[in-house]
Ligand binder design. Structure first.
Ligand SMILES: Nc1ncnc2c1ncn2[C@@H]1O[C@H](COP(=O)(O)OP(=O)(O)O)[C@@H](O)[C@H]1O
Ligand SMILES: [Mg+2]
Length: 424
């Protein structure tokens, strides 16, 4: 089989490595990829949202399966276009991907079928907002309806703060068309888990979960990022067979059934972001693809061939036991450029990725491999540079493996959190 992966992050690197090691795969292409993917796949200079460029490559190279990493091409309808052209592709259609690309679509769907989620209201007209609009008290969670690259959610402690955030969304249009509608949610407190299942339009595989760390600094301080690390599976108080069954029966299966009834069957990986409140688990959001860094944690835990699983999704043959999740724990820590998530410099040489123990894997994101006559120079090219991952018998062993190795990786300004998976 020839496989095409779309995207350029560590999530796509782990996918490429997995496919490259499958005896069913003869060649892996990635568009556009990064410095790490060039070791296990052929990097193409086609952007991940250039749908027509990707289509013409897939057609002329007879790609057997295309796997979409990020949400943007899914929301642009890449799956519909590939399927119309008779090509196999892993991911949801444009209409089904609204579960991520419109938070309002997801909230309305949850309300309609009774999936537990935070109380909310929708605001479209800033002039109409007063303190009684919301129907519940502060703190308020203010969310842009559309895709905002993880930056569309903010917490307001007072009505005045909420009002000023609504003004920036609706009047100043900070997020453009992504915030023509804004959702104001009741604030929930509790631990969060991300739950993943493979879906073939009607059935859902066995599930797994991960915990991630969004804040830039130790102790969950500072600004939000794309993700600084995580571990999978979570500890038994957050994730066990009963919780898995509950999420399957009360979240995943009802959503999949409803989307099929609406004639927008969901295929691909379905990712539910949940929070464990005193009132039980509630859904914060859905994503229509693997998370990053969660992909780097959960894909190494898949014991059977991921290509078989994805083929089962595409050909609608998923069974509960289609995926064998390894019970060991993965821990991943993201190394970022100094300054991220704000301004940072790139172009620094990365040393030491070849000095790590066998127990540790490195997945690249913001890296490029510059091949000169003398040497291959690995350099930084982004904010999140690498994810260092280890899988071991328990979370402590896996975390120790990561932190024992991570400081061998060196580039100017390399920064990472020191408290990933430090459970207390
Ligand atoms: N109702 C809520 N109560 C408390 N925190 C929330 C709520 N909704 C979202 N959050 C926080 O904001 C983060 C981002 O929200 P989410 O809906 O996942 O949007 P996105 O991932 O698209 O930015 C969540 O992971 C959670 O920490
Ligand atoms: Mg989220």
């Amino acid at each position: 089989m020839k496989v095409l992966v779309i995207g350029n992050g560590a999530r796509e690197h782990v996918l490429c490595e997995n496919f490259n090691s499958s005896n069913k795969v003869s060649k892996v292409f990635v568009a556009p990829g990064n410095g790490g993917t060039s070791e296990c796949a052929v990097n193409l200079s086609i952007d991940s949202d250039d749908i027509s460029g990707l289509l013409s490559f897939a057609k002329s190279n007879r790609i057997d399966l295309t796997v979409v990493g990020p949400e943007i091409p899914l929301s642009l309808g890449i799956v519909d276009v590939f399927e119309e052209n008779g090509l196999n592709i892993f991911g949801p259609s444009k209409s089904a991907s609204q579960i991520e690309s419109s938070k309002l679509f997801a909230k309305n769907l949850m309300v309609e079928i009774g999936v537990p989620t935070a109380d909310f209201c929708v605001v479209e007209d800033y002039e109409q907002v007063d303190i009684d609009t919301f129907g519940f008290g502060p703190p308020y969670v203010i969310k842009a309806d559309g895709l905002a690259a993880g930056k569309g959610v903010a917490i307001a402690d007072t009505f005045a703060e909420a009002s000023s955030l609504l003004r920036s969304h609706l009047v100043d249009k900070t997020f453009g068309s992504a915030s023509e509608k804004v959702i104001v949610e009741r604030f929930l407190s509790g631990r969060e888990i991300s739950v993943f299942g493979f879906v073939d339009g009607s059935r859902v595989s066995s599930l797994t979960a991960a915990c991630d760390y969004k804040k830039i600094c130790d102790g969950n301080k500072g600004e939000n990022t794309g993700g600084m690390g995580g571990y999978s599976p979570p500890e038994a108080t957050l994730w066990n067979k009963n919780i898995e069954n509950w999420v399957r029966d009360n979240v995943m299966q009802p959503v999949v059934d409803e989307l099929r009834n609406r004639r927008m069957p969901y295929k691909g990986i379905l990712y539910a972001g949940l929070i464990k409140t005193e009132d039980g688990l509630k859904v914060l959001e859905f994503n229509c693809r693997f998370g990053d860094p969660e992909a780097q944690l959960i894909i190494p835990r898949i014991e059977n061939d991921l290509i078989d699983i994805m083929n089962d999704v595409v050909s609608e043959k998923i069974k509960t036991n289609s995926v064998n999740w390894n019970p060991e724990t993965s821990v991943g820590v993201v190394v970022v450029s100094k300054g991220y998530p704000n301004e940072y410099e790139v172009g620094y040489e990365i040393k030491g990725v070849d000095l790590l123990d066998d127990k540790v894997q490195v997945f690249h994101a913001g890296t490029t491999l510059n091949m000169t006559e003398k040497e291959n120079l690995l350099q930084t090219s982004g904010g999140r540079v690498l994810t260092v991952v280890s899988k071991d018998k328990d979370v402590n062993l896996a975390r120790d493996n990561v932190y024992r190795n991570i400081s061998r990786i060196n580039f100017n300004g390399a920064t990472f959190r020191h408290d990933i998976a430090l459970l207390n």
